[in-house]
Structures are given as C-alpha cells and as structure tokens.
Design a protein around this ligand. Sequence first.
Ligand SMILES: [Fe+2]
Ligand SMILES: [Fe+2]
Length: 378
Amino acid sequence: MSVTLAHLSDLHLPFGLSPGLRDLAGKRLLSFFSWTLRRRHVLVWRSLSAVMKDIYAAHPDVLAIAGDMTNLGLPDELRRARTWLAELGLPRMVIPGNHDAMVPMDWKTGPGQWAPEGGMITPHDPLVCHLKDDVTLIGLNSAVPTPPFCAWGRIGASQASALEAMLKQLGEEGRCRVVMIHHPPHPDLVVNRKALRDWRLCAEVLQSGGAELVLHGHSHRGTISWVPGTTIPLIGVTAASHRPGRVKTAAGWNRITISRDTGTTGPEWQIGIHPRRLGTDGHLHDLEPFVFRRPASGPGIPCAESGKEISPDIARDPAGESAGDLPAGEHGRDETGRKAAKKTSGSRKMAEPATRKARRPSQTGRSRTGGERKTTSE
Ligand SMILES: [Fe+2]
Ligand SMILES: [Fe+2]
C-alpha cells in the first residue's frame, strides 16, 4: 500500500495576455515586459500538456501544485486558472506563488477564489488534506506582494504558529506530514531578493513541530536539499510548462511515493522521489530516484536529528553550498548514504536533446547559488 503524489509547480499557465493599462500599474508593467520578451517563449502549453499527460498516466492520488499558476496574477488569469483547476478531474491541492499575488488584492478575488478547487481558504491558515494510509498534505501561503525586481516570500508568525501546532498534533496521530510551500525555507536555493524572508522561523517550526518531507516551487529547478538544521528532505521541481532542451530547466514533475515499512529499528516511512523530465522528443523521462526513510513510530518520535545531514556529499560542499540538482548515478543515495534502489524496469535517464548533449548534473551536486541565474525562476 502506498500513496502517490504528483508534485508540480510554476505552471505559469501560458494564457495569452492582453492586460489593460490599469492592470499594468506598478510591478505588473515590468513583469508584462518580461513575459512579452522572454517568458511566453519558454513557458508553453506544449510542455505543460506533455507533463499533465504523463501525470494522468501515473494515476496519482493527489496533485500537489506548489504555486505560480499565473504570470501576472491578473484577475482574468486567476479566473482562468480556477477553470483550469476545475477541469483537472484529479484530487488536488494548490497554493499561491508570488506571481499569483503580484500586487495587493482582495483574497477572495485573488488566489482565494481557488479554494473550491483545492486552494487555500484563507491566506494565513495552513491548508490540510488527509490522504489514505495516514499521509497528510499541508499547504502554506508564502506569497506576498513585493517591489519591482523582488519576489521574496513570507509565512508570518500567525501561520507559523498554526503550522507548529498542526504538525505536533498530526505527529501524535502518527501521520506522515508532507508540507508544501512555494518559497523554499532555505537561504541558498534562490537569490536573496527572491528568498523566503522568514526561512529561519519556518525551519524552526518544521523542526519543532516535525515533518517528514517538504515540497517547494519557485526556483524552477529540480533540487534536493534539507531544511536547514534538520534531516527533513526539501524537494524542488522545474517549471511544469518550461520548454525542453536543458535537463536543468526542462518541464518536469516529481512522482512521490510514500508507504509505511517495517524498518530495522522500528516502523518507518519510505519516501520515494521519482523525478520526471521532458525531453525534446516530447516525452517525459525518468531521472534517478531517491529513497528516504523516516521514523514512523507514532507519538513522540522526533522526525529529525538536528544538524545531521542525510548525505553530506550532496548536502554540503566545501563552498558551503547545500543544494544539489536532482541527479543521477552516484547521487542516488538514501539517508544512510546507501545507494538508492536501482531504477525500476523501463526507467532510464533523461533523453539527450537532439541538438545538444544533456548536461550531467554537477558531480558534487552543488547548485550555482553564487550568482544570478539566467532562467525563468520565480
Ligand atoms: Fe515564484
Ligand atoms: Fe515561478
């Protein structure tokens, strides 16, 4: 018995945009230029359609959509996004990203209108979805309006407090807690002006409350790292509508399987991360999977040992960086450092683009966090 989640993010639904002058006041004007000149050419329906087709074929129990459904957060975009969600025909949870809350707006006419379609009911209360087999998905809102050229996020003290109480309660019930947030609670996965401002608070709450897994979006990168100070896996994913061509940015999603297992030292959650990535052949392909094992002994068992890194060769390199691209080969290790299970039959590495060899992720697993990335991140 296992639960399957489809983790996808940053769909930036590629609707044609023709905003009025009033809609472009403030930050949206710059974002509209960016969309016109670049983003609309790399975030396309063809890629998103291939990703969704692949997801449907996998029959997930739930879609975990980690924000940035839109490009400018225009009222019309938000409405069309709601319709798109309503037509999915699969159970889903969706949280807002910074693009969905680009300028101040009433919650009910903003991302709040997605509530009937699996969205958050209020901007300050974590959203809970109980799945089968004692797995619970918890959604957070980190999307706040920011000045031009910025895209930071914040969860706030109220939401953090509610999250902590919720995690403790769910932990006492022996449930597997999967937290989803748009901005990664980590200082190195995106540049400072796009980071989660209160990532320390978020990390502290995740540690004190306990969680088995954290999913995020925003970086437009398939990365694996850990919530700072914990052994809680922190999983990123590429933008679901990005055109193929480069393995680091091509559209993709993560098939996540969770099952309870009898471990050698007691019951544990076995969490499999199976990244899928779009090739230039129009099909999704497997990257090497990761397997994590987390204690599942019921009430009172801490989910993480502070400061212990699951796989130091991935998690931290001499430069002090602490995130790796979702990789292949030697990076496929579980939390004890053992090699993860070999690829399932039929799985294979990302197909090499027709015109360019697929670049193998860094051998040290380090991400290029030292400078601004020329990508569509956010
Ligand atoms: Fe974002
Ligand atoms: Fe994004």
